[in-house]
Structure formats: C-alpha cells, structure tokens
Design a protein around this ligand. Structure first.
Ligand code: F6R
Length: 241
C-alpha cells in the first residue's frame, strides 16, 4: 500500500480531488466508486470547485455508491442517496442515468444486489474506488467478521456503527439497523483504491490497516492484498504508524 501523509484534512481533500481529476482526465468515462460520510465531503467540495473552474468534465463519468441504509427512501434526508445529491451531484454535470445508488426500500433485496453487481460488470468494473474507514475498520458497511469474497448484500450494522451514525439522527432508535453494501469482494475488484482518513480518532484503525495481520476482524486490512491502494491520511491519523 502506498501511504501519503499530508498536513491536515484540507490537504487530504485537495489531494484526493486531484487524484480523481487525474483519473477522469486519463479516461473520460471512468467508473468511480463513491463513499459518503464526513471524510469525503471536502473532496467533493474541491471537485465542485474544479468543475466550476472548468478543470474537470463529469459528462461521461459513471458512479456507483458503496452503500445505502436499508429502510430509508431516496428522499429521506439521512439516506446516502440524498447525501450524494445534496453534497455533490447537483453541482456537477454528471448525467442522472450514469449515477448508481442502491435502493434502500427495495422489496427484492437479492434482486437489487445482483442487479447492482451486474451493472458494475456491464460498465466494465470500477476504475477508481474512494473509501472512508469506520472506527472498527469497516469498508462500506462491511462490518468485522465479514466474508472476504462477499458481493453486494444486506448487512446487520454493528452496535458501534449504529452509535457512531446516531449523531445524524434525532435519536439512536431512528438509525436503521441494516444496510445494503457492496461486498469486500466487490470493493477489491476495483482497479485502483484510495482510502481516506482524517483525525486522531482514526489513527488506531489506520495503524491496524497498514501494519496489522490481514483479518476479517478489521475488514480494511484486506486492502493489503490489493496491488493499487493509496492510503491518504493527515498527520493526526498517521500518529500511530
Ligand atoms: C460510507 C461508508 C462508510 C464510511 C465510514 C467512515 O459510504 O461506506 O464506510 O466511509 O463509516 O465514515 P466517516 O467518513 O463519517 O468517518
């Protein structure tokens, strides 16, 4: 894994946006895997700035988001569907038909997951996957002890994740207990992966991800098995490596 340590969150956002822009410059119709959460917000903001300055064109870009809460409709303000439009998609020239998000209110879970995998394949696979990391090492919503080869599927969220994400809801009872997520097997099929982490809170899990034994107990450690991973972190997240 290539580890890039920059000064602070702002520099992570600038560098990550530059790497995404390079990918799109090299291949106009790149397939991007996208994450939600706090960490990539600055990167999305910087990509919007680049778009406004005419430095980047999303018209042929195709996206697949990592995950979605099960039970939340796209219109729900805490759904990842809503987050992506609110934070990013509405500000750029991406085509609506090129955006893919899992349907959190599907009545056919298996069909939805299989169709998502089919669409990723049909579009040639993911060229560049952006990831955040949970405090417990989760990638997407692949919680500890997940299958290494898992594809897109329904998961039960861990207590830790439900607690961490309750900050965005009125109370912890409102946090969905399940989610749809690309599997670890789906994620590691991406050609290139960039993992973003910022702040001292992530330093322990970053240390385990980089130096620890590969174990499904810390799902992010499987990235050690991939040949093109960049871990982009700030000085605080790097304090334990
Ligand atoms: C979100 C996702 C999650 C987050 C992770 C870190 O789509 O897949 O794995 O990346 O929970 O979240 P933040 O960035 O809020 O610390």
């Amino acid at each position: 894994m290539k580890v890039i340590t920059v000064k602070n969150y702002h520099e992570i956002s600038i560098k990550a946006a530059q790497l995404v822009a390079d990918q799109i410059t090299n291949k106009k119709n790149s397939v991007l895997g996208l994450a939600t959460g706090q960490t990539p917000i600055g990167m999305y903001q910087e990509l919007i700035n680049m778009f406004k300055r005419g430095e980047i064109d999303f018209s042929d870009v195709i996206t697949f988001n990592l995950d979605e809460y099960y039970g939340l409709s796209p219109a729900h303000p805490q759904s990842y569907h809503y987050f992506m439009w609110d934070t990013f998609f509405q500000y750029i020239n991406i085509k609506k038909e090129n955006i893919h998000l899992l349907n959190g209110v599907t009545e056919n879970i298996d069909g939805e997951c299989q169709h998502y995998e089919y669409l990723i394949q049909k579009n040639g696979g993911i060229d560049l996957q952006i990831l955040g990391i949970g405090d417990n090492g989760h990638l997407g919503f692949n919680e500890p002890a997940i299958g290494l080869h898992s594809k897109t599927h329904l998961v039960n969220l861990s207590e830790e994740t439900i607690r961490a994400n309750s900050q965005y809801f009125n109370n912890i009872q409102e946090v969905p207990k399940q989610a749809l997520t690309m599997g670890i097997g789906t994620i590691i099929k991406a050609q290139k992966i960039i993992l973003l982490a910022s702040g001292r809170k992530k330093s322990h899990v970053i240390e385990r991800t980089i130096n620890g034994p590969v174990s499904t107990e810390v799902p992010a450690t499987v990235l050690q098995l991939h040949n093109n991973v960049t871990v982009l972190i700030d000085e605080e997240a790097a304090t334990k490596i």
